[in-house]
Ligand binder design. Structure first.
Ligand code: SAM
Length: 317
């Protein structure tokens, strides 16, 4: 039929026999992705047969402690000499003082794969790679609460049992509730977990940015919200970058703990780094520094800080 219409095999379909001669290739799409959307190589279907018996699911998380630091604390002058004032640094490739340059560059290459994934692909990949994903948030308000539960469990409940330990009586008074602070902490899953464990034997002080991610006390369903007090600092905005907020938070906590500070503090600050995911660690430095500063101000001697560090490979730290 085509040759009757003037078509010559091997030539194009155009009036002057121009146009493509190769057959149109079939396009492989993933799920409901539209034609033409690119699938990164790492996600292309691989000829791998999954062998469930080869999968080892190690559900007891291993705890690795950093060795204690025994050298003398640097002097104030020496620490001051570390401060460099200049333009805000937004590059990570040259951060090789504490990292092997080759490892750093490989990690960055691997992370770049995420740039070509959409949100659903990322979520699917996370679901497939984490055998515990189905645990979700259990009966808490969010998954963060489950994360804090795990941290507490692998450390033999050293946080929620802090006020029951008897190794250093100077920090612990059996008649006191367990005092804790939760900083950069909205909507409050970490605190909900602690309240779930300790009920009214605890008292939490919450500090977080006002706005969309504020505490959701109405969702503290498994722990008493009455034992939790949000505080937004002198400026009233809950911003941990503001020195007045830090000082007033410290005063507030000392006023309410008989001048002794909290038994432990949790800090889990994070913000959207859309489009700048590979330098997330650099962008978050200021937040971590301020959280450490708050911890130094509000925890009593011998107590602990649990800090979340955001890294690009999970939705949270
Ligand atoms: C991942 S969420 C914390 C989740 C929380 N641990 C939980 O269990 O629900 C990060 C929080 O850090 C807060 N944050 C980010 N920047 C902040 C800042 N400058 N000051 C105070 N909070 C901040 C965000 O508003 C958000 O509530």
């Amino acid at each position: 039929m085509m040759s009757k219409m003037g078509f010559t095999g091997g030539l194009g379909l155009g009036k002057l026999k121009q146009g493509r001669v190769a057959p149109v290739e079939t396009t492989q799409t993933r799920g409901r992705l539209g034609l033409g959307s690119k699938v990164p190589d790492v996600l292309a279907p691989a000829n791998v047969i999954w062998d469930s018996s080869a999968e080892v699911i190690d559900f007891k998380a291993k705890l690795e402690w950093m060795p204690p630091f025994h050298q003398p604390v640097p002097s104030f002058e020496e620490m001051n000499s570390w401060v460099v004032i200049g333009r805000r640094k937004e590059a990570i490739e040259d951060e090789i003082q504490f990292c092997d340059p080759e490892v750093l560059s490989e990690v960055l290459n691997c992370k770049t794969v995420f740039d070509s994934l959409d949100e659903k692909q990322l979520r699917d990949a996370r679901t497939r790679s984490n055998p515990f994903e189905t645990i979700k948030k259990v009966f808490f308000q969010n998954r963060a609460a489950v994360k804090m539960a795990e941290i507490d469990a692998v450390t033999e409940f050293m946080f929620t049992n802090f006020n029951q330990r008897n190794d250093d009586a100077s920090n612990v008074d059996a008649k006191e509730p367990l005092y804790f602070a939760d900083v950069c902490a909205g909507p409050g899953g970490f605190s909900e977990y602690v309240l779930f464990r300790k009920k009214w034997h605890s008292k939490g002080f919450g500090f977080t940015l006002k706005g969309d991610n504020d505490f959701k006390l109405e969702e503290f369903l498994v722990g008493p919200p009455e034992c939790f007090e949000p505080y937004y600092g002198k400026n009233g905005d809950g911003n941990v970058y503001e020195p007045e907020n830090i000082t007033s938070l410290k005063d507030f906590i000392y006023d309410n703990t008989d001048g002794r500070g909290v038994h432990f503090m949790m800090a889990d600050g994070g913000f959207s780094v859309d489009g700048q995911e590979n330098i997330q660690e650099i962008l978050s430095k200021r937040l971590y520094l301020c959280q450490f500063l708050v911890a130094l101000c509000v925890v009593r001697t011998g107590s602990y800080l649990v800090s979340g560090f955001r890294k690009r490979s999970s939705s949270s730290g």
